[in-house]
Design a protein around this ligand. Sequence first.
Ligand code: LIP
Length: 284
Amino acid sequence: MTTSTVPALPDGVTVPALRALALSLATEAGDVIRTLRPERVTVAATKSSDVDPVTAMDRAVEELLVARLTTERPEDAILGEEGDDVPGTSGLTWVVDPIDGTVNYLYGVAAYSVSVAVVAGPPDPAEWTVLAGCVHDVVADRTWSAGLGEGATLDGVPLPPVEPAPLARSLVGTGFGYAASRRAAQARVLTQVLPHVRDIRRLGSAAIDLCLVAQGSYDLYYERGLNPWDMAAGSLIAEEAGARVVGLHGAAPGVTVTVAGRGPALDQLVGLLEAADADAPDGA
Ligand code: LIP
């Protein structure tokens, strides 16, 4: 549980109510994804590269989330991965990823989630205050959630404290981008990290990765290139569970590099990533 101060909220708005809405939205969306998954999932379009797919379900679930939010929280803004960018007047923005781990959903690999968060301020990790967030693991039907200053839970049960592990015994999650030049750079960085840790896991859903740090199933996690919707909910859940979520060189976490974990091992991993120029422009 953090001791963060909750900023002034619109009249009648509370963190517990925002958290409950995020939970309701994420689990409802998860039910739709589970029950309406077609026999054969196909690519509806591609985005940043031809291996960055979007499916009809990504789009349908974002439409569902936007429709519910427009009804429940009409004054709030919405930022969705699949293009919804709804302005608001309340100062709150819902940051949603209808399917985090779309490639896994497409292939039927059992690691994809719905991520719903609400932030005060701009929807930018360097400027936002995440007020509440929920990550729903669609396949396992498990749900992490957190409210600012309220701690984090898995299926309603508070996440227990986690003892930090030494770097050499740390299980580390990571991920790779959709552009070949980005993946080449990330592979080089990986060669600088892997010899110093227990092992690496590459799950394919940053939202779940951050929740695994929260519950201690990962000791550490790092990734370059995360979008706000990949990390908004998971970063609050991790922090409310006692982890830190940071960037490199003292910067805020975000699209450049996001690193999560606990204790001295987190700082040592940050040092390894800085030494490996993990934030250097691709092809550098
Ligand atoms: C995914 C992230 C994952 C990353 C993938 C992809 P998406 O989000 O959650 O960590 O490694 O490349 O960006 O695109 O499935 O919503």
